[in-house]
Design a protein around this ligand. Sequence first.
Ligand code: SF4
Length: 362
Amino acid sequence: MNHDLKKLRLSVSASLIPWFEVHQRKMPWRRNRSPYRVWISELMLQQTRVSQATPYYLRFMQKFPSLKKLAEANLEEVLKAWEGLGYYSRARNLHKTAIVIRNHYGGRFPRDPEKIAALPGIGPYTTAAICSLAFNLNLAVVDGNVIRVLSRLLAIKSDIALQSSKKEFQTLADALLIKGRAGIFNEAMMELGATVCLPQNPDCTSCPMMHVCKANYDGSQTQYPVKQKKKKVPKLVVGAAVVKKEDGTVLVAQRREDQMLGGLWEFPGGKQETNESILACVIRELKEELDIDVELFNKIICVNHAYSHFKMEMHVFWARIRSGEPRAIECKNFKWISLTDIRSLPFSKADLKVIDAITEAD
Ligand code: SF4
């Protein structure tokens, strides 16, 4: 081990871990650590901040207090509990994994990292988190916070967007890990990144590692981590309709499970094609998806939403059926539902904004 790493390891034991023991934030998943609780909290925290994840976590645990309860639930209940968190494939994999553990491991999480990594939707980060935080196995967790802290401590100039850099950071974190104290080491590194070594304004004077930090030494903190500029994200324009019947019910379609947002419900519609008006797009999409001809009325709302790889601008109109009876052609299912009952189904964030708009208008 080189000299810099040796110095860092000493400082981790002597300063970082004692700092964490005093300053760690209280979080519901830090009580009664179990692999199930670690798994759920880590999946939620991969996509949202602690303050947003906490109410979701508490509600989820109330509804599915154990892996057994999660395995017994149907997918729609799980999606409903995940509604608004985004990345719905994680919720689908969560449900699949609970069933695999019930069927193949007697309902208890395996302790073997290889077996954990083979479960649906569990990657190296989540495997290391479960193994270290629940079983105290010697695996280092590397997330965005850890990468930022390490890159500053050691002034690492590698571009973190590259796969080779991810391996480099993993090797460094593995080398720094205090054997036998993996859980607390990982939490302390992540907590330092989340609360002190912040992306824009790191609070170096409060940092337990300031005396061994290279970026602090030369004042170059905000130059790390090094990351190539992102390419511009594409924007999709989408047209959709709230088709209403005289009895006040509206038509919703369920997305196929092999699609993005699979299993969620939505107002039918789809992507605008080149040189197509948005009205023509809605009419074509409803014909293709449900085999109905519709007449469009007022515009209800234009929803802008950012997904991880693209932005979406969705134009939504009131509509009624001119001819035809709905059939599930390019969707898994469809139903007519009252505005009173509509929130019992799981929807994406964008469609929830449409629901807000039509229930306010009703
Ligand atoms: S001294 Fe500053 S830059 Fe270095 S690890 Fe601590 S907070 Fe981050």
